[in-house]
Write a protein that binds this ligand. Structure first.
Ligand SMILES: C[S@@+](CC[C@H](N)C(=O)[O-])C[C@H]1O[C@@H](n2cnc3c(N)ncnc32)[C@H](O)[C@@H]1O
Length: 335
């Protein structure tokens, strides 16, 4: 039965221009800014400490040496743990930043599991939760914001590989936007969940989006420079820091132009707002539980910068916040 309030997901679309406009300006969080300077300094220190070792390990990885993937995973895991401990120590020196750091420590759940991570979730529940995620993405203008991040690297005839794409909500929205601009861009949306791929295939219709099975953590089946852009949206928090490093290194090999990874930024305030709003609108306990857990698993941009700078030390990396509350990692792969 549909919830009585905001009766259908479609009804939310009426609010999208207003919410997306507010969200596009970003909302400063009182629990993020007291930590920002500490995170910056701790990130730079961690990068400096491990840069030389990362340079050597990633050269071995590019050379296809056995054990290089595991070595990079281990190095980045250590670097990130050190960075987080350093942030706590630096923040401890002032009351406001200490409170923010303590709250972040309580909130952060890097090993938390979402209900949809389980294999025993029935298809109807899975489809309903994904539909509600899709509605929130539309309402907050997330797909438009993500497309804006890709757009500078798209040309006529570009090919985009989308990793952990789920049912391809973003790839479909982006293909529609590109077609609307008269730009012929081909998207290959990949995931390891066959059900999501099948839903996406049906939803894509005539748009230039194809769906393929792919483990996002192992791209050894993909040719070097075989896509102009390799992207992934709202999936990084499903992976450990060391896994993201290997994924980024491999994506950089597969991309001709850029790697553009986007995910939510960890923030209890934003998490509470989105979860509370969606709980009322959707009345879907599984969606609410998973959304709250996602916010607790998200990284912050400075953490992703440590991961990315060590994963591709020979490349230019940008890692910062994108409104409304996302992290972006952009790696210059080639031209
Ligand atoms: C939160 S959804 C994000 C979906 C989509 N990118 C979006 O922006 O809505 C996370 C997705 O990651 C996929 N996933 C998790 N681990 C994966 C892996 N190792 N390889 C491929 N897909 C994976 C899940 O099946 C799920 O579809």
């Amino acid at each position: 039965m549909e919830p009585p309030l905001l009766a259908t997901v479609d009804a939310l679309a009426a609010f999208a221009p207003v919410t997306a406009s507010v969200a596009s300006h970003g909302v400063p969080s009182p629990l993020t800014w007291p930590l920002a300077a500490h995170r910056e300094r701790a990130a730079e220190a961690a990068i400096a400490r491990h840069f030389q070792a990362a340079w050597e390990v990633t050269a071995s990885l590019r050379g296809g040496e056995a054990g290089a993937r595991e070595a990079l995973d281990g190095l980045v895991t250590t670097a990130l743990a050190e960075m987080r401990a350093d942030v706590a120590e630096r923040a401890g020196q002032k009351l406001l930043s200490r409170i923010a750091a303590d709250l972040d420590r309580l909130f952060h759940a890097p090993n938390g599991l979402e209900i949809l991570d389980g294999t025993d979730v029935d298809e109807a529940t899975r489809a309903r939760v994904v539909r509600h995620l899709h509605a929130i993405n539309g309402l907050l203008g997330n797909y438009d914001a993500f497309y804006g991040q890709l757009r500078p690297y798209l040309r006529a005839g570009s090919r985009v590989l989308d990793l952990a794409a789920g049912r391809g909500g973003f790839a479909i929205a982006a293909a529609r936007r590109a077609a609307g601009e008269g730009l012929s861009v081909e998207f290959v949306a990949t995931d390891w969940c066959s059900t999501s791929l099948a839903i996406g295939r049906a939803a894509a219709g005539d748009l230039p989006v194809t769906f393929e099975h792919q483990d996002a953590l192992d791209l050894r089946n993909r040719e070097p420079a075989s896509f102009d852009v390799v992207t992934s949206t709202q999936a990084l928090h499903h992976f450990r820091p060391g896994q993201i490093a290997v994924m980024l290194a491999e994506a950089t090999r597969v991309a001709r132009r850029r790697v553009v990874f986007l995910d939510g930024a960890r923030c209890p305030v934003a998490g509470a707002l989105v979860t509370a709003f969606g709980s009322v609108a959707f009345q879907d306990g599984v969606w609410a539980r998973d959304t709250w857990m996602s916010f607790r698993r998200f990284f912050v941009p400075e953490e992703l910068r440590v991961i990315a700078r060590l994963a591709v030390p020979h490349r230019n990396v940008v890692s910062d916040v994108v409104a409304p509350g996302h992290c972006r990692v952009v790696v210059t792969a080639g031209g």
